[in-house]
Design a protein around this ligand. Structure first.
Ligand SMILES: *[C@@H]1O[C@H](CO)[C@@H](O)[C@H](O)[C@H]1NC(C)=O
Ligand SMILES: *[C@@H]1O[C@H](CO)[C@@H](O)[C@H](O)[C@H]1NC(C)=O
Ligand SMILES: *[C@@H]1O[C@H](CO)[C@@H](O)[C@H](O)[C@H]1NC(C)=O
Ligand SMILES: *[C@@H]1O[C@H](CO)[C@@H](O)[C@H](O)[C@H]1NC(C)=O
Length: 284
């Protein structure tokens, strides 16, 4: 059964990918380069960008605007061959102190060894909520879609439309929940002090430049001013706030459990060494 669930998911995912061909939004319409300006290349009239990293710099970009809720997505193709120590990201982040942040971080590896996808949730300045998994495909061979749903009920991370992580709004039992306007960002950087084998496996610069490709610059989000109240972004006029998105449906729940059983290889919730008493969100 696990297999057929995955197969159906892959078919759905292909449909999602195909429909994204209709995203004709160019990078410049919604995003700007924030660092490593000479390491960013615009392709296909801005429908795709390439970030490069060599021993002088990586690169990063951010959305012009901040958002208070949404269903955010990015299609990405990761650096291939030997990418040990190289970190490629797509994430949401608020500005200022006690920040909120929702991360996809792709941790490179030696050629022939698989990438690790790490996700993390920061709320009110506190992160330390890492989960790590392997993927059921080679993320360097093709574009795949990574999504973050954020409404007042839940945060869901998806890979090709398959939910891989759910963080519920459990404020009622004291769990911190992101509530500040966040920008959408992406980057390619040198993480070899920690990313691969705990920092023991370093970048081999012979393989530079490392290159990551991004597509899909349309943004499904509720724009909010920095530091403003995001109450208006909870409106049911935004489709991602409607009942269908308050929890996974039974099909998604099955996909989620299947992926977690097969591909998750680290979850802070079950790390008793680090958390002798599990954080409250892990018990909810
Ligand atoms: C996509 O945008 C380009 C440039 O803005 C425009 O020339 C082209 O007609 C658009 N294509 C579609 C399918 O809308
Ligand atoms: C983002 O900034 C660019 C350049 O200033 C501008 O052309 C574009 O309209 C802005 N997009 C949004 C959604 O504000
Ligand atoms: C960076 O890479 C260039 C080109 O491969 C090389 O010539 C240069 O020596 C390198 N610099 C450092 C500091 O490693
Ligand atoms: C880096 O890769 C090159 C080419 O495969 C290899 O010859 C070299 O030994 C590698 N360097 C390190 C430090 O592993």
């Amino acid at each position: 059964m696990g297999f057929s669930v995955l197969l159906v998911s892959l078919l759905v995912a292909n449909w999602v990918l195909a429909s994204e061909g209709s995203d004709n939004t160019s990078f410049d319409q919604n995003y700007k380069v924030t660092w490593g300006f000479d390491h960013v290349l615009s392709l296909n009239q801005g429908r795709e960008i390439q970030l490069s990293m060599d021993n002088s710099s990586g690169a990063g970009f951010a959305s012009n605007l901040s958002y208070g809720s949404g269903f955010f997505h990015m299609s990405m193709k990761l650096p291939g061959k030997d990418s040990a120590g190289v970190v490629t990201t797509f994430y949401l982040i608020s500005q200022g102190k006690n920040h909120d942040e929702l991360d996809f971080e792709f941790l490179g590896n030696r050629e022939g060894k698989p990438y690790t996808l790490q996700t993390n949730v920061f709320a009110n300045g506190r992160g330390d909520r890492e989960q790590r998994m392997l993927l059921w495909f080679d993320p360097t061979a093709n574009f795949h879609t990574y999504e973050i749903l954020w409404n007042q009920h839940q945060i869901v991370f998806y890979v090709d439309n398959i939910p891989i992580r759910v963080y519920k709004n459990n404020r009622n039992i004291g769990v911190e929940y992101p509530s500040q306007p966040m920008q959408i960002e992406g980057s390619l950087w040198d993480g070899d002090s920690w990313a691969t084998d705990g920092g023991r496996t370093k970048i081999n610069w012979t393989y530079a430049p490392f290159q990551a490709h991004y597509q899909g610059f349309e943004i499904g989000g509720c724009a909010a001013l920095d530091n403003s109240n995001i109450q208006h972004c909870y409106s049911p006029n935004y489709w991602w706030n409607t009942g269908k998105y308050w929890q996974l449906d039974s099909g998604q729940q099955r996909e989620y459990e299947n992926v977690r059983n097969k591909y998750i290889n680290y979850d802070y919730c079950s790390d008793r060494h680090r958390y002798p008493i599990p954080p409250p969100e892990c018990l909810a």
